[in-house]
Design a protein around this ligand. Sequence first.
Ligand code: ADP
Ligand code: MG
Length: 288
Amino acid sequence: ATPMSVMVGVGKAAEYGILIRNGQALQSASQLDILVLDKTGTITEGAPAVTDLIGEHPQMLQLAASLEAASEHPLAEAIVGFAREQNVSLLAVENFQAHSGRGATGRVDGIAVTIGNRAWMSDQCIDASAFESQARELAEQAKTPVYIALNDQVAGILAIADPVRADSVAAIERLKQMGIGVVMITGDNPHTAAAVARQVAVDNFIASVMPEDKAREIVKLQQAGNRVAMCGDGINDAPALARADVGFAIGNGTDVAIESADMVLIRNSLHSVADAIELSRATLSNIR
Ligand code: ADP
Ligand code: MG
């Protein structure tokens, strides 16, 4: 594209609430085959809340929330918020350790507390089978089940729901109509991922992806001959945003995501991705 037409495109994009950090990306956005969307905070609002508590241990919520108070994970924030609402007091934590894409451990009130997904329980040699079928049922309702173990015995689960953004379904439908293949990627478990994928009707989804592996999934799609865009909000999306042919960051996402992206979506809406692609196609056809 000529510098002039790119300048016009950048100005137009700003009117749509799209901040272009890299002019070259305006050109790449006209030729995309696949758009990869992060789930949490991108397709969903990123405001998770506890919906279910299953388990008999009277101190389970207090111990879980006390541990999670030391974590910065959005699921941890949901658990702490829920405990506060119930006026549960938080206790001090010792030996806190967080494990990206898995969960956390630490000692609270002399008890070893382990919180996280099924894989995390397996890593810690904790038998979580007593709550497996209930966890699965919750996951099929698009909720994320979090296991809680006390002294290496599974005590129960908390289910956490994060509502889909109001316009995600319509925006994804619009993107598919534009001939773009839409794929969801998430660190969440396959059952929860499948339920959300069905709800928003993406073409495909990739679940249980460790944060460091998101970029590798982008490369795989590129190596299969696709031009790939990525849209995300989190620190764990930054390498994938940088690797993609076009990286879109959600405007209220983390700074690292914004710095790694080519375009920033100020309206926090997936419609802006469709707007950017349409604008890019129009800018390019004006030049030809
Ligand atoms: P996403 O890609 O959806 O943002 P993450 O990679 O951050 O997911 O986390 C993947 C999974 O790891 C979560 O769905 C959760 O099951 C588990 N997990 C990670 N950290 C925690 C935590 N502090 N408490 C509970 N579960 C956690
Ligand atoms: Mg996210």
